[in-house]
Design a binder for this molecule. Structure first.
Ligand code: FES
Length: 330
């Protein structure tokens, strides 16, 4: 990410307090939440693929893709699948009376931007439909596109009403119990040089899409958003850390020492208790922090080799310093 983009993003991630206007049952195991500004003010703009970081009543921070209308500045909508084997965020949302609550919300942030192409193929699995729906809306009648949406059953597939408005000629629903799984070979047969593919869903689907894209020689045209760490994530840099190091928090005006058995995030929280985090494993992006000075040992699973080289940001839940001192824009 460029410095300019980081500055833009930093300015976009101020915390807002938004009210949950209503909660709606969308499908089996899926609730949507609609947020509004408590005083009716316009909400910050966003683009398809963007997500919100929501601080739940328990203090857990979770990221959810925006799935409403980007041109509607009055409300944000996210949809949340209850994950029985998850880390507790979705269960809290499903089990707590959320309507009327004021919640802290950061964002919108976007790590899944819709780029320019002549044609688009959109592939969604399960709750992965959320960012894909907003992309489909954006493409509308202006572009050639088709969305393939797979799910366990029709009853489990959320946001079908919104999809039906987009036109049957653009959308193919593939419930597994009646139609089997997505035919990726056939889907990629229609991907030509001018087509961009955007895919969001569970790891099994993403792996299958990547394998098919590679077989078709189209992997460079595929863009993913994952729910967790990628199996082929960049290797962490782990060899050059100094034993302990100092982190200056320039805006906070203090310096903390990070011992070998402590993360930078833990040290920061001694002076900035509400420093946001979510996965704390280096894959969600919540704790991204701009680096002003010093060399970082990048251990995240997000930055490309070029972004690591640029050394403009770090994920403080896992990454450390190579130099005795680093300065962060915090
Ligand atoms: S908290 Fe998820 S990347 Fe740091």
């Amino acid at each position: 990410m460029t410095t300019e983009a980081m500055e833009k993003q930093t300015s976009q991630v101020d915390v807002m307090e938004l009210r949950v206007r209503h909660v709606k049952w969308e499908a089996e195991g899926v609730h949507s939440l609609t947020f509004v500004h408590p005083e009716g003010a316009d909400l910050p703009e966003w683009e398809p693929g963007a997500h919100l970081e929501i601080v739940l009543p328990s203090g857990l921070v979770r990221q959810y893709s925006l799935c409403g209308d980007p041109y509607d500045r009055c409300r944000y909508k996210v949809a949340v699948l209850r994950e029985p084997n998850g880390r507790g965020g979705s269960a809290e949302i499903h089990d707590t009376v959320m309507t009327g609550r004021l919640l802290k919300v950061r964002g919108p942030r976007n790590r899944f931007e819709l780029g320019y192409a002549g044609k688009y193929v959109l592939i969604a699995g399960g709750i992965g439909i959320t960012p894909i729906l907003s992309m489909a809306r954006e493409l509308g009648d202006r572009k050639a596109w088709h969305l393939y949406y797979g799910g366990r059953s029709l009853e489990s597939m959320a946001l079908k009403d919104e999809l039906s408005v987009l036109g049957a000629e653009h959308v193919t629903l593939v419930p597994q119990d009646t139609r089997g799984i997505l035919d990726l070979e056939a889907i990629f047969a229609d991907v030509d040089d001018d087509t961009a593919v955007y895919c969001c869903g569970p790891e099994g689907l993403l792996g299958a899409v990547l394998a098919q894209a590679e077989a078709a020689g189209r992997s460079a045209q595929v863009h993913f958003e994952r729910f967790g760490a990628a199996p082929n994530a960049p290797e962490p840099e782990v060899s050059e850390s100094v034993e302990s190091f100092e982190v200056e928090l320039r805006r906070t005006g203090c310096t903390v020492s990070v011992s070998p058995d402590q993360t930078v995030l833990e040290a920061i929280r001694a002076v900035v208790p509400d420093m946001p985090s979510s996965c704390e494993e280096g894959f969600c992006g919540t704790c991204e922090t701009r680096v002003l000075l010093g060399q970082v040992e990048h251990r995240d699973q997000i930055l490309s080799a070029a972004e690591r080289e640029a050394n403009e940001s770090m994920f403080v839940c896992v990454s450390r310093a190579k130099s005795p001192r680093i300065v962060l824009d915090l």
